[in-house]
Design a protein around this ligand. Sequence first.
Ligand code: ATP
Length: 325
Amino acid sequence: MKTKILAELRRATGYVSGQALCEEFNVSRTAIWKAINTLKKEGYEIEAVQNKGYRLVRVPEILSQKELESIRATKWLATEYHYYESIDSTNTVAKKLAEEGAPHGTVVVAGTQTGGKGRRGRVWETPAGTSISMTYVLKPDMMPGNASMLTLVMAMAVVRAIESLTQLHPKIKWPNDIVMNGKKICGILTEMSAQMDYINHIVVGTGINVLNESFPQELEEKATSIYLESGEAVQRAQLIEAINEQFEHYYEQFMETQDMSRLDKEYNTLLVNLGGQVRVEGGKEPYVGNSRGISERGELIVDTWEARRLVSSGEVSVRGVYGYV
Ligand code: ATP
């Protein structure tokens, strides 16, 4: 009931009368008063005025099941939330939930991860109270070969959501990172369980540095946060909700063609190094070329002095010629 009361207070533009809440939830005035008091203890600032009712004045920076559910305004994504204070990795839990039958659109969120992962088994740091670690469970009816493009769809959603809440204009470092001023603000890890021609499930995991005021020495050169870049303390639950709304929008466009043909032009405007030189590493031989944006299949188009190459995600890393970006 507390989640529903919170959702009511959030939706209302003014005061919500105690009587209306009693009637809606079919409980006594005292029960409403008690629920309001618990919310206050949790940090929600709620004003109570006689003959008017309750009004939500301020929401604390808090990540919880209740906070996420009460802010939710999406159509199909996050109809099921699984919030954990601390877990191994949201991708690992999401995969397990998917196998156990969690529906398409389930979202796993963690306060902190003890075993956060990057690509190829690398470590992703998520200090408690500062970052977002979340994973979508998706069960689309499409060919497994199209799944890696969901990383690109997610990257667009994260950039647009950050733009909607801050003055920042982050860029995408193809395929799975989001950067600001040459440093990483977000990483995305997409994993899939599939048969030859059938997807069991896809998990799209996202780690975002939101409120971090500093980073451990080994990450300082490479990592930054929304707070460090903008000076703004964005509320994580609000950012998650904004990302979810953006993802619904882009995902629906993606699914119409099951490729990037509706999204590639917009994607390319968000791509870091577009038109500039990049170094493609991790294949047989590293090479340098000009980045021309993505193809309709989500590959990065790189023109070298000899030929045009289409780079598929998964196999390689793309770097700036002089550094990480
Ligand atoms: P690539 O360019 O190949 O994608 P990457 O270094 O970005 O390489 P990922 O697998 O995407 O690799 O991410 C893991 C790496 O990100 C780690 O090796 C570490 O250097 C860095 N990293 C770990 N935690 C964070 C964080 N919270 N913020 C930014 N960077 C991080």
